[in-house]
Each structure stands twice: as structure tokens, then as C-alpha cells.
Design a protein around this ligand. Structure first.
Ligand SMILES: [Zn+2]
Length: 256
């Protein structure tokens, strides 16, 4: 009898744990979110074509004035099924830093601009601070979530806005800043040729590493995945070297 009990105990150790039948076990362990900022740009169709060929989804943090300039490309992003998120109207940060209330206006104008292009059904609730969240006061960050939006930084980056970065260097930066973490939000920019050229290698790198490609959203499923990602709400955990790169990038963005 004792032996039977022991056998059952051992068997149970290898059975799925209680509660796994609710779908939790289906969430991938390793996930990468490709994010492209500052678009749409003249070269957006080229980027979309590459993403199509590679068969990966993406998240676009768009600027309202760029949407106004390139409505057709905005529609192309939308029709591909990628996530469209807000990156302010014009990449300015001063107003919302000093007066968080201004975020209401920023979000309203962004949604209006998007609805003019995509129709009244369009809505958004994801935001990325120009230059990243680290340089904004707590009150501004809190205002974002108080208004029902989520904001995202990144924990890996292409450094594709640096002048000396060719495709090879972009790929090296992706590898270095990814650093083997399970949940990765990769920062890249629309309109950057170095990133477009590096994308096949970047995607292959993540595929070889067993990552699933997903797009950002505020769904419960995504929240569960993102709860394992330190890039969600505070300074990304990217190790000493990666953190230095991030700080450099923030400096560069503050003084372009
Ligand atoms: Zn930006």
C-alpha cells in the first residue's frame, strides 16, 4: 500500500499542475515584441514588405503628424494587423513633463487623427514616451495609467538611430542587449535602412533562440506574458553593459 502511494506521488509530479487546464500552459515561455517608433515614414512600405516576408507581427508607435503626412502607409500598417500605438503627435516631451494633464489632449488628438484615417472604430490604449519613460516624472507616468492607457519602454535595442550603425552593428546590438532574457521588447525605428537590412538576421536569431513573435496589447494574455518583462513600467533590466547602452541612447535622444 505504501509503495502504491509512493508510485502515485511520483506520477503526480509529472502530471500537469491543477489550473493548467485554463489555458495558462499555452502561453509561450520566450517572447519577442518587435517595436518600431516614429513612423509612418517614406520607407514604411519597404519595412512592411520585409515583415510580411518574414511572417512576423509588429507594434508601431506612431506620431500623429506623421500619420497626417502618410495616411496611406498608416492604413497599410493597420490592414496588416499590426498594433498601432501612440508616441505623441510630434515627439515633444516638454508639455507632458511639466503638466501631466496635457496627456489627455495628446491622446485625444492622436485618436482623432487616427480615426480620420482608419474610421471611427479605431481605438488605442498603448503609449511610448518620446525618448523613453525614464526621463519623465512619476506624476506623468501615473497620469498615463490613470487615463486607462499602458506605457512601454524596451529592454533590447537596435541603436539604429546612431549614425555609425550599419546592419551588422544593428544586429550585434540586438544580440548584446537581448542578453538571453525570456521576454524581450526590442526598440527599432521605422524608416531606418540599417534595421530593414538587419531584420532577416534578427528574426532568425530569435527563431533559433525559441522565441515567439507577438505584438503588444493590453489584453490579459499579454499582461501575463509582460509581467515577466521588466521593460514594462520601469528602467529595463538589461545588465550593466546593456544598461550603459540604454543610458547612452537616452542621452542621444535628449540631445539629437
Ligand atoms: Zn521616438
Amino acid at each position: 500500500m505504501k509503495r502504491l502511494y509512493l508510485l502515485c506521488l511520483i506520477c503526480c509530479m509529472f502530471l500537469p499542475a491543477a489550473g493548467m487546464a485554463d489555458g495558462k500552459e499555452q502561453l509561450p515561455q520566450k517572447v519577442v515584441y518587435l517595436t518600431f517608433d516614429d513612423g509612418p515614414k517614406k520607407a514604411t512600405p519597404e519595412l512592411l514588405e520585409i515583415l510580411d516576408e518574414l511572417d512576423v507581427p509588429a507594434t508601431f508607435f506612431l506620431l500623429g503628424y506623421q500619420v497626417k503626412a502618410f495616411p496611406e502607409y498608416t492604413r497599410m500598417i493597420y490592414e496588416r494587423g499590426d498594433t498601432i500605438a501612440c508616441h505623441t503627435m510630434d515627439h515633444s516631451s516638454g508639455g507632458i513633463k511639466d503638466e501631466p494633464e496635457q496627456l489627455k489632449l495628446v491622446f485625444r488628438r492622436f485618436i482623432q487623427e487616427m480615426q480620420a484615417v482608419l474610421g471611427e472604430d479605431f481605438t488605442a490604449d498603448l503609449f511610448r514616451f518620446p525618448g523613453g519613460g525614464t526621463s519623465y516624472p512619476y506624476k506623468t507616468k501615473k497620469m498615463v495609467t490613470d487615463l486607462g492607457w499602458s506605457w512601454f519602454d524596451w529592454n533590447a535595442m537596435t541603436r539604429d538611430t546612431y549614425e555609425d550603425m550599419d546592419a551588422k552593428a544593428v544586429f550585434a546590438s540586438v544580440r548584446k542587449t537581448t542578453g538571453g532574457r525570456d521576454v524581450v521588447i526590442l526598440l527599432a525605428h521605422d524608416g531606418k535602412k540599417n534595421t530593414r537590412l538587419a531584420l532577416p538576421e534578427i528574426v532568425q536569431y530569435y527563431r533559433d533562440g525559441g522565441y515567439t513573435f507577438r505584438k503588444l496589447s493590453s489584453s490579459m494574455e499579454e499582461r501575463r506574458i509582460l509581467s515577466r518583462c521588466p521593460a514594462h513600467m520601469h528602467l529595463p533590466d538589461v545588465g550593466k553593459e546593456g544598461e550603459q547602452l540604454l543610458l547612452e541612447s537616452l542621452e542621444m535622444r535628449k540631445n539629437p
